[in-house]
Design a protein around this ligand. Structure first.
Ligand SMILES: [Zn+2]
Length: 383
């Protein structure tokens, strides 16, 4: 046992923020030992100097960062992402593929498998598995995904790769009789998410009954909530079992919606970045799924103006929600840590600063700038 005490911090727990206590972790085991009144005089100390001591963040939808993209199928690029997002307080992530040629998706899955094996030696975030966004989507809601690579939902393909795929985004109306949805739900290893979909409210509700339990970037690339046609947005909000992703960059959706979604979905609201390779890079031209994209400020677009992913950082998403709501700070942190951990079935190990969980800890200031990131008890980033 080699216990380390983080003192003088404001400790962000799932249901409160605690001051005047110490967070203790076992650096050797990489586990949290608990929250105690103070540190022994000879103990290993990290002085948080008044910063928030919060759980490491979990991004379940991120395509790329710092010039790299999951679909490059390049292990070095995935390492660039893993080490890059650690600077934003992310300690776990799901490299996310998009609608590219099937052979390219297969290659990307293999690259992530290799990266996952090698990543324990990196100074970066943990790779939990892949979020496969498409190719099983509706061409009419393709957004920035290339139409020629769209396929009808194929449960066999997903299940053959269920060792690495943790989430699949599909359009329920493209899945005849919801055959794929039902098989995937029965198997239980892969979270089925509706996205890039033009389903009606009734179709989406029936998909939720058949096994869809998540909604990919709520509001974006799905049928809208109208008062006589509540659409996929209405179904995602209404269906109790469905959790929702939100891109809280203030640009993808109006910040006025943050409170509405939080009040409706509770612990089923999940902040994601949907970040593309232009994330962390200067303004200019980049590539997404084989198409050129143009970054200007916080906006990424195709040549025709279609919004193409984001350059959001997950710590900034937390800041944006705090700035535009009156929600308690711990609840907003949960949206980027405990809530996605629950949805992915890893909350026994990840997502909060509770005894026995991995020592994934971040120190952040009042503006949610990341000062230090600790993964399994090891510092992987320091500002
Ligand atoms: Zn995406």
């Amino acid at each position: 046992m080699s216990l380390t005490y983080i003192v003088n911090g404001k400790i962000v727990l799932p249901d409160s923020v605690v001051c005047g206590k110490a967070l203790v972790f076992d650096a050797e085991a990489g586990k949290i030992a608990g929250v105690v009144d103070g540190a022994p005089s000879d103990a290993e100390i990290i002085d948080a100097k008044g910063l928030y001591v919060a759980p490491g963040l979990l991004d379940m939808h991120i395509h790329g960062y710092l010039g790299a993209d999951t679909c490059d199928a390049d292990v070095r690029g995935i390492r660039t992402m893993a080490e890059g997002v650690a600077q934003n307080g992310v300690t776990t992530f799901l490299p996310t593929t998009m609608t590219v040629a099937k052979a390219d998706i297969v290659a990307a899955l293999d690259a992530v498998r290799t990266a996952k094996r090698e990543s324990a030696a990196w100074q970066g975030a943990e790779i939990l598995g892949v979020h496969a966004e498409g190719p099983f989507i509706n061409p009419s809601k393709k957004g920035a995904q290339a139409e020629e690579n769209i396929l009808t939902p194929d449960a066999d393909f997903i299940l053959e790769n269920a060792d690495i795929i943790k989430v699949v985004t599909l359009a329920p109306e493209m899945d005849k009789d919801h055959a794929a949805i039902k098989r995937l739900a029965q198997d239980g290893r892969v979270l089925v998410s509706m996205g890039h979909t033009d389903a009606t409210f009734d179709e989406a509700m029936s998909a939720a009954r058949d096994g869809v339990s998540h909604a990919t970037h709520l509001f974006n690339a799905m049928s809208a909530l109208q008062h006589r046609n509540p659409g996929v947005v209405g179904a995602a909000l209404a269906a109790e079992n469905v959790s929702v992703e939100l891109i809280a960059d203030t640009f993808h959706i109006n910040p006025g919606l943050y409170t509405i979604v939080a009040k409706t979905k509770g612990d089923k609201m999940v902040l994601i970045t949907d970040c593309v390779r232009a994330g962390g890079m200067p303004d200019g031209e980049y590539e997404l799924g084989g198409q050129p994209i143009f970054l200007k400020g916080i906006e990424c677009r195709l040549a025709d103006g279609t919004i193409a992913g984001s350059v959001l950082r997950l710590n900034c998403a937390i800041k944006n929600v705090l700035d535009h709501t009156a929600l308690p700070l711990y609840e907003v942190f949960n949206m980027a840590s405990l809530n996605p951990a629950k949805r992915l079935g890893v909350a026994d190990r990840l997502g909060s600063l509770e005894e026995g969980k991995d020592a994934d800890i971040i120190l952040v200031d009042e503006s949610i700038n990341v000062i230090r990131t600790i993964k399994k008890g090891r510092t992987i980033y320091e500002a």
